[in-house]
Design a protein around this ligand. Structure first.
Ligand SMILES: [Mn+2]
Length: 322
């Protein structure tokens, strides 16, 4: 389902009118979000001759930093007459990463069900696998030609957000998009770029796997603040904890899969995945959001407390499923 208050002609008109655009990433940006920012930057530069600055409050995962050398973590908000929020979900989340909000134009582009349609213009397609698939639709309908740079980032975003085409968000539309873009890109290079991780990442995974638990249809793991600190002492970068729930997703017998990461002392990040149960609803209950089968939230509590609250909540759900 597409939720929007803007058509392609409007978008064209807006891009012709604006002067200096700021692209804002969500907290702990993932590849889909970062690739989308890059695609929008190419579009604005090449087809509208506009400057676009890429902004992320949180650092880019270290293995992907070379792909996004121009992402900045500080900007002078006065310089921009248009802000494009990429996968920001809600005005609340947006103001968490970009506080200086006034009368300037905000465009909200996303593919999450929980997006609250903030901003002057919003374009949210919840049936798209990724925000890059949303951008592909926009590009096609505005008649802008796709070049190999744009195709590279579009494909990388889609492949990463679908777990290498292994999740249920892959539709026939996703596949026909990839089928077209395949001719523009070095497929093997994209896959290798997505999957290659530094050794400290794998050491972090070994801790995650050693904490793995299964309770019937619930499969989960966690990283405590102390474990992360210890890993950091050995060279691990905290920003590389990104979508690690995917590393335990395919555990046999799992219906709901989740990870809890105590990212700061008494502050946890929860990622939920499921094969059928609506985890977006659960995430929303705790102030988060996402998709039916992939969602998340944060909680300002100790790891043990978060685990027990969540397990209590999820045990009931899995039970009700039967
Ligand atoms: Mn995404």
């Amino acid at each position: 389902m597409l939720k929007t208050n803007v058509n392609f002609f409007d978008l064209r008109r807006i891009f012709i009118k604006v002067k200096n655009v700021l692209l804002v990433a969500h907290p702990n940006p993932d590849l889909d979000c970062l690739c989308a920012m890059k695609v929008i930057q190419f579009l604005l530069n090449r087809y509208f001759a506009k400057k676009a600055t890429l902004y992320s409050k949180d650092p880019v995962p270290s293995d992907y930093r070379h792909l996004f050398p121009d992402v900045v973590s500080e900007v002078d908000p006065e310089k921009f007459d248009c802000v494009i929020a990429v996968e920001l979900g809600s005005l609340k989340r947006f103001t968490e990463v970009f506080e200086k909000i006034d009368s300037r134009m905000i465009i909200n582009i996303d593919h999450h069900v929980s997006n609250d349609l903030f901003g002057n213009y919003y374009y949210v397609d919840v049936n798209s696998s990724s925000v890059n698939e949303v951008l592909y639709d926009i590009i096609k309908q505005t008649g802008i030609p796709i070049d190999s740079d744009i195709a590279y980032y579009l494909v990388m975003g889609v492949i990463s957000d679908t777990g290498g085409l292994s999740y249920n968000n892959v539709s026939s539309k996703t596949l026909s998009m990839l089928s077209e873009l395949r001719n523009y890109v070095d497929w093997q290079d994209i896959i290798r770029t997505i999957r290659s991780k530094n050794i400290n990442y794998y050491k972090m995974l070994s801790v995650l796997y050693s904490n793995l638990k299964q309770e019937g249809k619930l499969v989960y793991s966690y990283l405590s603040f102390d474990e992360i600190k210890k890993l950091e002492g050995e060279g691990f970068r905290k920003e590389d904890i990104n979508n690690i729930v995917e590393s335990i997703f395919f555990t046999k017998g799992a219906e709901i899969i989740f990870t809890v990461v105590e990212i700061e002392e008494n502050y946890c990040r929860v990622s939920l995945r499921s094969n059928n149960v609506d985890v977006e609803e659960i995430a929303c209950k705790f102030g988060g959001g996402g998709h039916k089968r992939a969602a998340g939230f944060r909680m300002r509590k100790k790891l043990d407390e978060v685990l027990s609250i969540l397990l209590q909540e999820l045990r009931d759900r899995v039970h009700m499923e039967k």
